[in-house]
Ligand binder design. Sequence first.
Ligand code: ZN
Length: 76
Amino acid sequence: MTLRTNMKNISSDVMYMCLCPVCLGQFFDTHDYIISRDRHVQSKDCCDFCNHRYGYDYIIQTKGAGQKHMREASEQ
Ligand SMILES: [Zn+2]
C-alpha cells in the first residue's frame, strides 16, 4: 500500500491513522499536516502505511487542500 493509495481512500481533511515513527516522519517532513497524537490509544498497532513496523494512532489534518497530492506523487 503506497502513500498515495491511502490518501485516495480517505476523502476527509482529517485522517485517523496508525503510524510508525518512520512513516510519521514523512508526514512531518511535508509540513502540510497538523499531527496530533490520539492519547486514548496507548497500545502500539501495525502501521497503516508500511504495514510492517508498529506505532501509535495519530490524528492528521491537512493544512491546505489541493497541493498534497502532488507532493505524495513525487515521493514515491
Ligand atoms: Zn510505517
